[in-house]
Design a protein around this ligand. Structure first.
Ligand code: SF4
Ligand code: SF4
Length: 310
């Protein structure tokens, strides 16, 4: 007994007061679209088609980057001859739709095939603010100050599960935010779903969703949960992202997303934190590439609007 107490005193408190204060050495890629010359080397090496290019006219082209599909492999960073892509250090990336996790730039193409940045394109669908207001309205007064979460592994490789487990360790200690994992969907407010959804898990996921009482918020975790990730969509074994089967309220991309990102996604689902749909933060990040770039930066709001425990 004495030795346990002595060990605890020596270890001290390991729980991070602000779980979002640390930055990983690398995260999602950040593209300086102004420096891009449209060589498409990054598109060629991207294993998940997170980077895509299109040629709507002979003198125009577009380059889009989807964080929903990105597995943070950094192949594009290595491949870019112009050094226009660097790894961002942002942790708290989350959005309310796949479109909100996509950036698309358009370029003018000259006679030699070299592209020059023209501007950022707005993608269809509601803005982060509109989606946040809609979700808030749906859960208004129904979730209170605590959240019960049922985790569903709909076909993941277990990488995401390891990070989800880490959210409950003494360092992140998600229970201090009033978030608890429960064993049954009937006791849950939120389904935290990892994917891709395999054909074998389709019915189980549907039934779990139906068993969860309203307003049953769904958070898709990982590149696989957000988009099918490296496994793709509509293959012989995999149906793809969670939204192919049940409606998704919050998307937490990454392969796997770090515990901070998962915790952030749950707080976004509770309406406590703002969603931030792309990287661009961190000490080494460059200035936003364009005034028209959607959601590259947002002011970081205080960690919690409601009392952070000491
Ligand atoms: S880091 Fe993301 S965008 Fe870049 S090559 Fe890998 S999957 Fe594609
Ligand atoms: S996102 Fe990555 S870690 Fe998570 S299930 Fe898919 S492959 Fe595994």
């Amino acid at each position: 007994m004495f030795s346990i107490l002595s060990k605890s005193l020596k270890t001290g408190i390991v729980t991070k007061k602000d779980p979002f204060s640390s930055r990983p050495p690398f995260g999602f890629p950040v593209i300086d679209f102004k420096a891009c010359t449209g060589c498409d080397d990054c598109v060629t090496v991207c294993p998940t088609a997170a980077l895509q290019t299109d040629r709507p006219a002979a003198d125009r082209k577009t380059l889009s980057l989807s964080y929903a599909l990105c597995i943070q492999c950094r192949e594009c960073v290595e491949a870019c001859p112009e050094r226009a892509i660097h790894p961002g250090r942002e942790l708290e990336v989350a959005a309310y739709s796949r479109e909100q996790l996509t950036q698309r730039a358009s370029f003018d193409v000259d006679g030699t095939g070299r592209a020059s940045f023209r501007g950022m394109e707005a993608l269809p669908g509601p803005s982060l603010e509109e989606s946040a207001a809609k979700l808030k309205e749906r859960i208004k007064g129904r979730l209170g100050r605590s959240l019960h979460v049922r985790q569903v592994d709909a076909g993941s490789c277990n990488g995401c599960e390891l990070e989800i487990i880490a959210t409950a360790n003494p360092v992140f200690d998600l229970e201090r935010f009033g978030i608890h994992f429960v064993a049954s969907p009937r006791h849950a407010d939120v389904l935290l779903v990892t994917g891709p959804v395999t054909r074998n898990m389709e019915i189980a996921l549907r039934r779990t969703y139906e068993a969860t009482p309203e307003p049953r918020v769904v958070v898709a975790v990982g590149a696989c949960g957000c988009s099918g990730g490296i496994f793709g969509e509509g293959t012989y074994a995999s149906l793809g992202g969670v939204d192919r089967i049940v409606p998704v309220d919050v998307y937490v991309p990454g392969c796997p997303p770090r515990p901070h990102a998962i915790l952030n996604g749950l707080l976004v689902a509770m309406g406590i934190r703002e969603a931030h749909s792309g990287p661009g933060g961190g000490e080494t990040a460059p200035e936003p590439v364009s005034a028209g770039a959607p959601n590259l930066r947002r002011p970081l709001i205080p960690v919690l609007a409601r009392g952070t425990p000491e």
